[in-house]
Ligand binder design. Sequence first.
Ligand code: UD1
Ligand code: MG
Length: 457
Amino acid sequence: MPLSAVILAAGKGKRMRSSLPKVMHTLAGKTLLAHVYDTANLLSCDDIYIVYGHEGDQLRAAHGAFNAHWVRQERQLGTGHAVLQAIDSITASHHVIVLYGDVPLITVHTLTTLVEQAADTGFSLLTAHLDDPAGYGRIVRDDAGNILRIVEERDANEPEKRLREINTGMMVVRVGMLKKWLGMLTDDNAQQEYLLTDIVGHAVSEGVGVNTVQPASVMEIKGVNDRVQLAELERHYQLVQARQLMSQGVTLADPARFDLRGALEAGEDVFIDINVVIEGEVSIGNQVSIGPNCVIRDTRIGDGANILANCVIDNADIGARNRIGPFARIRPGSSLDEDVHIGNFVEIKQSEIGKSSKANHLSYIGDSEVGERVNVGAGTITCNYDGVEKHKTIIGNDVFIGSNTEIIAPLKINDGATIAAGATISRDVESGALSMSKRETKVVKDWPRGRKKKGSE
Ligand code: UD1
Ligand code: MG
């Protein structure tokens, strides 16, 4: 059935106490609005309308990749008024699905059922049964169980308030009927707003049956009004993702202390320790172990790699059987071949490191090409920046670099060269050569070292 989605996102979200529009707050690294937009796309909606109010420029700029119609609602006069802003643009043969920019966890599965249920009468509504229905519109039914109307909490009497079936707000309506009923709305209610929910009463009085559907989980229909609710939905979503990964064969040391803000593809027998954050698109091979407190973003990690505690890896390619960390930082554009060891307090930026090469301690390797079986000693620094431009360091195969070496780029150290400890290298080094900087050790005998005065620290 041809479908247009209308996503309501004009509310200011006062209770967030934020300078950002509410729907720009993120859940699992993605804005609330993007969650709903992506779900509408999975549902194969032909057109997506987003009704916005506040900070429209900011909202549109943050979602530049959306293929959506942005519709401004000048003043927030109610949910019915919001849908009305888009209705004239929607193709007459479509059904309209109403979604909410601040209800991010609705699933395509539930919405598919909702769409199917609108096929016969042209009207379906997503409702839910809650133990505590406070704050929601209640579904009023007749003795036969047919829907009569929705009553908002503020307009409800005591028996109505005791009803547990609530309106989630999500619905599918044939566009012609929706347009007619929206035109009939008044603001004659406690909130003095044009309430979308009032169209249910109009449908019933015209003999149009309203079919109802329930979500698989009530978390799907929960909205975000404040930061407490945002955190609740985040934790729920993370747990769902964690369970999915575990069912696919990933061991999580603690599913409650794992965060995935993006997509993770993982092989067999992957172990992920506590407090690991995965962002963007990450793929991990078989038998990989990730230690505690690692942040890994947009990265591929090869089979058998061992990422030790407290590493930050961003936009990198980590080869099979690498050993990284603890406390290593691999920055964007870095590519490490197989069996590479990168140790503590080593930073690698925009560099290629060849097979079986090692930089085990306290080094900076930037804008470099490092060959195979190279040993980079502790405290080696590629001086890649002259204050204006970045320069490249090329290091051949089987090079040995002694500790505390400065390599002033651009230059090339050819295969098999040896650099003595403490050297400052500022020109190319021939293959097989030894290069050193002359720094003699001077000894002053019987040196009278200063003494602290009595009583001082
Ligand atoms: C609405 C429903 C209520 C339902 C509840 C579910 C109506 C009249 N009531 O109530 O039955 O139980 O949602 O959460 O629909 N919005 C706009 N423009 C407006 C007003 C609202 O875009 O002029 C957007 C808001 O940003 C929000 C959504 O519509 O995303 C719902 O509005 P809200 O004011 O929260 O409606 P509720 O009173 O919660
Ligand atoms: Mg609400």
